[in-house]
Design a protein around this ligand. Structure first.
Ligand SMILES: C[S@@+](CC[C@H](N)C(=O)[O-])C[C@H]1O[C@@H](n2cnc3c(N)ncnc32)[C@H](O)[C@@H]1O
Length: 264
């Protein structure tokens, strides 16, 4: 069962990035206050959302390095030729100490079992007075995610879904609370730690919302568990349930928290 990001890179870039990942990437870059000539490392860069967001730094002429464990995610990135792409993982960053002015991880560390080592490694590759930023989602739900969950639980048990989420995102609970991230950054030697909020109103169609959820972890897991026929039935039921309760466009507020700090 391939639940990695490899198989969904193109759909992730097309559906999930514009709907929910671009806004927090922009906000995290703002919170890092990088100079236009900064060397920035984006850990778990995915399909290059930071490269898209960096266009908002006026006159940026620094260096951006995108690192990801998934070659397919990096391949789906449309970032310009000036962006370096590296297949690698955290912990175990393939860079010398004190290489970057800023290091960021957008919605990545929840996937990492050795998250303490990961943060220590990110601080290691920062130059003195360099800035580190970590973002994660909160635990909030909304009526659309509730309806997705309710429908999916009539096809695959809630327990099975929760087990797979814990396996694939072993540190999700930790990073849901920004105070934990603050404490982890402090323990890794960062100082001047601040917590920021990133909020955006997501406005989309029911079809695009369901398509986006389908490529996320729960969707991939449900599909691989119930097979093609079951998946068609699931989508039909989901569409019926959504049509019975909601009309287009559907809107909700997506909320993330951003924790930033400095290396002394
Ligand atoms: C939710 S996506 C976020 C991608 C991107 N940062 C964004 O905001 O769109 C998580 C990314 O982390 C990558 N990833 C997971 N574990 C990793 C690790 N240990 N080291 C580096 N990348 C990792 C995945 O391949 C995936 O591209």
């Amino acid at each position: 069962m391939d639940l990695t990001y490899d198989s969904i890179a193109e759909a992730y870039q097309r559906l999930a990035v514009p709907l929910v990942f671009l806004r927090p990437a922009k906000d995290l870059l703002d919170a890092l206050k990088s100079a236009p000539d900064a060397d920035i490392l984006d850990v778990g860069a995915g399909t290059g959302v930071t490269a898209q967001a960096i266009e908002s730094i006026k006159g940026f002429k620094g260096k951006l390095v995108e690192l990801d464990i998934s070659l397919q995610m990096l391949k789906a990135s449309h970032s310009s030729n000036s962006v370096s792409k590296v297949v690698g993982q955290v912990p175990g960053l393939p860079f010398c100490d004190k290489s970057f002015d800023a290091v960021m991880a957008n919605f990545v560390l929840s996937h990492v079992l050795k998250y303490k080592e990961a943060i220590t490694d990110m601080v290691r590759v920062l130059k003195p007075v360099g800035r580190i930023g970590i973002s994660a989602w909160g635990s909030e739900k909304h009526q659309y995610s509730d309806l997705w969950d309710k429908t999916s639980e009539s096809f695959v048990s809630k327990e099975l879904i929760e087990n797979i989420v814990s396996e694939f995102m072993p540190s999700r609970e930790i990073f849901t609370n920004p105070e934990n991230t603050r404490e982890l950054l402090r323990a890794a030697g960062a100082r001047e730690i601040e917590i920021h909020k990133s909020e955006a109103v997501v406005s989309t169609t029911k079809v695009d919302y369901i398509a986006m959820k389908s490529v996320m972890l729960q969707g991939r897991f449900i599909k691989s568990t119930i097979g093609e026929k079951g998946w068609s039935e699931f989508l039909a039921k989901l569409t019926k349930n959504f049509d019975a309760k909601f009309s287009d466009p559907i809107e909700y507020t997506s909320r993330a928290h951003l924790v930033v700090g400095s290396k002394p």
